[in-house]
Design a protein around this ligand. Structure first.
Ligand SMILES: [Ca+2]
Ligand SMILES: [Ca+2]
Length: 254
């Protein structure tokens, strides 16, 4: 019995460590060598001169770019994503914008500036459809609008400058910055870890822009919930500690 408990004490912490490092996906893509094997283009999206052109500068386009789930279906508790985007060759002010979603597993495809309606979607919107402005960013969760922020005091999304967007998501807390400028930080109510993948989108309508992304890097980490030991396991762990104490006592008395 003592030996069993001692072994339990050794094995349990090791199993917890394994759970903690079970999943960590990584994407790092400059698209210079073609479309990576784990990526798919949809609709109007094409690989053009080492960049992904989500829409060409023409009317009524809808494009998409998805990456395979990097974590074998594991629920993701935190991720970060960085990419460059450029919106130019506008027919007027710009239209309609691009999006990046970390959508629920299997929900991929061509999509507009509001992103996919499952999971988290960040919008870069260059046309005012009765929104806050024709130059704003947005955050949606499972299709519900949470943030809509005019960014005109910082820059014009469709001014043709290549800008870097950085999004970090930690257990439902999402931060967006563009070109090093922090834009918003939002704690998503009702969020819990889910399995998913990254999916870009771009759309034009009655007006148009050329909308391009490049240099996408992302990392994902499995949800905390998968690494938190069950109460029953904790109890066993405690038992293991007690067992070890008992084993030591026995050795001393020999
Ligand atoms: Ca490139
Ligand atoms: Ca809009």
């Amino acid at each position: 019995m003592e030996k069993y408990l001692f072994k339990l004490f050794l094995v349990l912490p090791l199993s917890l460590v394994i759970l903690h490092s079970a999943s960590a996906g990584l994407i790092n893509e400059d698209f210079n060598g073609g479309l990576p094997a784990d990526a798919t283009l949809y609709g109007s999206a094409s690989l053009t001169a080492g960049e992904v052109q989500l829409t060409p500068p023409t009317f009524s386009q809808l494009g998409g770019l998805s990456f395979l789930d990097q974590d074998s279906g594991a629920a993701i508790g935190s991720w970060s994503a960085q990419f460059d985007f450029r919106i130019d060759q506008n027919s007027s002010a710009g239209a309609d914008g691009i999006s990046l979603s970390f959508s629920r597993l299997g929900d991929v495809g061509a999509v507009g500036e509001e992103g996919l309606s499952s999971g988290i979607a960040i919008g870069f919107d260059t046309w005012n459809n009765g929104e806050v402005s024709d130059n704003h960013v947005s955050l949606r969760f499972d299709g519900a609008l949470l943030v809509e922020l005019d960014v005109t005091s910082f820059f014009l999304l469709q001014d043709g400058v290549l800008r870097s967007a950085l999004i970090t998501m930690n257990n439902g807390l999402l931060d967006l910055s563009i070109g090093g400028t922090g834009l918003f930080s939002h704690d998503i109510a009702g969020w819990s870890a889910y399995a998913g993948q990254f999916n870009f989108g771009g759309r034009t309508g009655g007006h148009f822009s050329r909308q391009v992304i490049d240099n996408f890097s992302a990392s994902t980490t499995a949800g905390v919930s998968a690494a938190v030991p069950e109460p029953a396991t904790l109890a066993l762990f405690g038992l293991g500690l007690a067992g070890m104490g008992f084993a030591r006592k026995k050795r001393k008395s020999v």
